[in-house]
Design a protein around this ligand. Structure first.
Ligand code: KG4
Ligand code: ZN
Length: 352
């Protein structure tokens, strides 16, 4: 079974061909980072326009690399949400046109499901029950999972996503978009204990995340210490390096401690971390340490599958096809599409 996947929910135009939901025959990503860099973030209108220009060549490149034609495909999978409505519509309309013209089943994929299942795509079988943490530019959510397609929300962010906090702090200090990889690199040269920053705790005992407070604390620290955007982003002052290391370490510890608590409550056998921030080197290192200590298995995809890509979309599409979940040609983009129901604290306690 060969599925063509299409992903255009944000600023990457991506297409991929996956065989039997497991083998990535090709995964092409046309990044728009250069387009949005000078604006310090993604400009939705520009993103839509660039998706429109690039989606055709991107699909062509993915199919050429996989050495397949439309006749060799069994289905076409597309991200229909969540994401930016204009960019999503480019992918959805393209997929619908291909589905109609080539009589291929249309498979609607939730972007978040794609991120989580990129872990199965790369690692195969995983001990269950598991916890799936998505940490990206748009989302920070923790799910309980008993297998692909089975997700219950345990916690989500009440304000900014973790990646968004990285990007905003980077912008504040004059670094390029996306800020996550830059902070990751520079933080290695700083002291993570130099600047005390607040960790949000929920007064209702929930596991929910919050990252806007730490971003504001960084802003206040910069104002109080007259720190300006850095002229040479490769060589910031030691004070800025210390601030970045402290910021990164606070965000990572915040994520780690919430997940640690959830592993105990849920008696999870594994933790699956996906999304762009899963590339963060400190995050990976700390999760590996914790997994050894608390005896769970830790999985995260390689960077190519952590960042937005279409292989994860094609893999989820293959599962939908096996389950007979075919979308109609009236499929629409759903910018606020959610994944899974939120567990209330009562039903969380009732679980054996
Ligand atoms: O999953 P993704 O490619 O797109 C969304 O769905 O949002 O994630 C992009 C986010 C950006 O906020 C970027 O700054 C962050 O992932 N990111 C990182 C790292 N690499 C990417 N954050 C921290 N450390 C990194 N190494
Ligand atoms: Zn994403």
């Amino acid at each position: 079974m060969r599925i063509l996947g299409i992903e255009t929910s944000c600023d990457e135009t991506a297409a991929a061909v996956v065989e039997n939901g497991k083998t990535v025959l090709s995964s092409t990503v046309f990044s728009q980072v250069e387009v949005h860099k000078k604006f310090g973030g993604v400009v939705p209108e520009l993103a839509s326009r660039h998706h429109l220009e690039r989606i055709g060549p991107c699909i062509q490149a993915a199919m050429e690399t996989a050495a397949v034609g439309f006749r060799d495909l069994d289905g076409i999978a597309v991200t229909n949400g969540p994401g930016l409505v204009g960019p999503l519509l480019v992918g959805v309309s393209t997929a619908k046109a291909i589905s109609f013209a080539h009589h291929l089943p249309l498979l609607a994929v939730n972007h978040l499901e794609g991120h989580i299942e990129s872990v199965w795509l790369e690692h195969g079988e995983i001990p269950l029950p598991g916890l799936a943490l998505i940490v990206s530019g748009g989302h920070t959510s923790l799910y309980r999972t008993r297998g692909p397609g089975d997700y219950r929300i345990l916690a989500e962010t009440r304000d900014d996503a973790a990646g968004e906090a990285f990007d905003k702090v980077a912008k504040l200090l004059g670094f390029d978009y996306p800020g996550g990889p830059i902070i990751d690199r520079l933080a290695r040269r700083g002291n993570p204990r130099a600047v005390p920053l607040p960790v949000a705790r929920m007064s209702d005992g929930s596991l929910d995340f919050s990252f806007s407070g730490i971003k504001t604390a960084v802003l206040r620290y910069c104002q109080a210490n007259s720190i300006k955007p850095q002229d040479d982003p490769d060589n910031p002052s030691q004070q800025v390096l210390d601030l970045l290391a402290s910021f990164q370490s606070t965000v990572v510890e915040n994520l780690i401690q919430r997940v640690r608590k959830a592993v105990r409550i849920e008696r999870s056998a594994s933790v699956l971390v996906s999304g762009g921030v899963a590339c963060n080197s400190l995050l990976r290192e700390r999760f590996r340490e914790l997994a050894r200590k608390d005896r769970f298995r830790f999985y995260c995809p390689s960077p190519d599958l952590s960042l937005d890509n279409a292989a994860m979309v094609a893999a989820v599409g293959a599962r939908h096809l096996r389950e007979g979940r075919i979308a109609g040609l009236d499929l629409n983009a759903e910018p606020n599409l959610r994944l899974g129901k939120k567990l209330d604290r009562q039903s969380r306690r009732k679980r054996p």
